[in-house]
Design a protein around this ligand. Structure first.
Ligand code: UDX
Length: 428
């Protein structure tokens, strides 16, 4: 099938590579000329394990910055543009509006338009209305909502092995679900076919629930601290109950990334627009927003003043196996530490410091360069190489003894054997 994907970000590019591997004839488009040039030259604009390799093996995938003409050529169009947050928390659908405007001129033959972007409930119905209002015949298209659930760092695997495929269709649409299923025919997955708003909300509900699990365990970790108990025992024990499940119960500095913070805010905004009170949504975000404060308090309890102290921060990205720093708690921690007068030296295997921190934080190209002479070390992102760090060496080059484990992943006894003091959250 000839398929056009609009948006060459994590979702659009991964989708294009996955569908090309199924034999579809793919055009991946983006208005960002630089990005398209880079892709045409066989490179990808972000770090995502396995994707570059897979891209090099794709025979039937082309790239174009000519979005409108590419859409004209294809009977199936996937929309995978970003929906970043506005300052009021609502989703910014500017990029989506530009796609709709292009679509209104590109639809001359029947199109199945499939939205992959995470969009507030009601958006896909509005796309249909907007297209009709701009003169497109309602017989020439159907709109489908087909959200993605991929994790950065595992994007291609998740795209090829989803635990479900959600298809939201318009009320009288009896053809699109079959079209979507035929596109994905190589994937063995349960299908959930629902309304457009149902599909839009499934995506938000999924991220809300996962974020809630993290905030739940982080709040439990605070209570564990008060009772000198180990949160990891609690995570393990409750996780063995299949009704709870063991995933997303890792206590630490909290969640970040391009999805959870943005989607929870957008869901709250969408609820408020319909005068629906949200209690849990707000609590989940509040716990996450206040989690770093716990660590600052902890560091302060070990150091009389933070002013002039050298802090080694390991990890810049919001989680391992990505160079993405959007809403990274590691970055927020560095902001807090520099505000308190620390000289921060950071290291990350893939991510680069954001512009606004470059004046205040030194990014080192080796972990030990960041660690040397540090008064304390903060582990912010659990990259495997930090877990396997030579802690004896670290102890021998650090000035201070304190290691703060922001992800509760280090072996405390091992560090203590090296003469270090290791503290996490909710760990005695
Ligand atoms: C998430 C969803 O998992 C994915 O389904 C959706 O499509 C997009 O948003 P992603 O943002 O890539 O994916 O990251 P994820 O692996 O879910 O982690 C999100 C954040 O939660 C990270 O900052 C991570 O460090 C944190 N986290 C995760 C915890 O603090 N504790 C946990 O137990 C799990």
């Amino acid at each position: 099938m000839k398929i056009c994907v609009v948006g060459a970000g994590y979702v659009g590019l991964t989708l294009s590579v996955a569908l090309a591997s199924f034999g579809h004839d793919m055009i991946c488009t983006d208005k960002d000329l630089k990005k398209i040039e880079q892709l045409k030259n066989g490179d990808i604009p972000f770090y995502e394990p396995g994707l570059l390799d897979a891209l090099h093996h794709c025979g039937n995938l082309s790239f174009s910055s000519e979005v409108k003409s590419s859409m004209e050529e294809c009977p199936v169009i996937f929309i995978a543009v970003g929906t970043p947050p506005r300052s009021d928390g609502s989703a910014d659908t500017k990029a989506l509006q530009s796609v709709i405007s292009d679509l209104s001129e590109a639809i001359r033959s029947y199109k199945t338009i499939i939205t992959k972007s995470t969009v507030p409930p009601g958006t896909n119905e509005n796309i249909a209305k907007q297209l009709i209002a701009s003169g497109v015949s309602e017989n020439l298209f159907n709109i489908v909502s087909n959200p993605e659930f991929l994790r950065e760092g595992n994007a291609l695997y998740d795209m090829l092995h989803p635990d479900k495929t959600v298809i939201g269709v318009q009320e009288k649409d009896h053809v699109s679900a079959a079209i979507v299923k035929s596109i994905y025919k190589h994937i063995d997955t349960p299908y959930v076919v629902t309304s457009l708003a149902g599909a839009e909300l499934i995506k938000y509900a999924s991220n809300f629930f996962l974020a809630a699990k993290i905030s739940f365990i982080n709040e439990m970790a605070r209570i564990c601290e008060a009772y000198h108990s180990d949160i990891s025992d609690i995570s393990r024990a409750i996780g063995l109950d299949p009704r709870i499940g063991g995933h997303f119960l890792q206590a630490g500095i909290g969640y970040g990334g391009s999805c959870f913070p943005k989607d929870l805010q957008a869901l709250q905004f969408a609820a408020q627009e319909k005068n629906t009170e949200t209690y849990l949504l707000q609590a989940v975000q509040h716990i996450n927003d206040t989690q770093l404060g716990l660590y600052i308090k902890k560091i302060k309890s070990f150091c009389d003043t933070l002013h002039g102290k050298k802090a080694a921060v390991l990890g810049i990205s919001f989680k391992p196996h990505t160079d993405d720093i959007r809403n990274s708690q590691a970055v927020r921690m560095m902001e807090r530490l520099t505000e308190l007068g620390c000289h921060v030296h950071a290291y990350d295997p893939a991510a680069v410091l954001p512009e606004h921190l470059r004046q205040h934080v030194t990014q080192q190209s080796q972990a030990f360069d960041a660690i040397a002479e540090s008064d304390f070390l903060f582990l912010a992102t659990e990259w495997p190489e930090f877990l396997a760090l030579d802690w004896k060496k670290a102890a021998s080059i650090m000035k201070g003894r304190l290691v703060i484990d922001g992800r509760n992943v280090l072996k405390k006894e091992l560090l203590e054997d090296c003469g270090l003091i290791c503290t996490g959250v909710g760990r005695p």
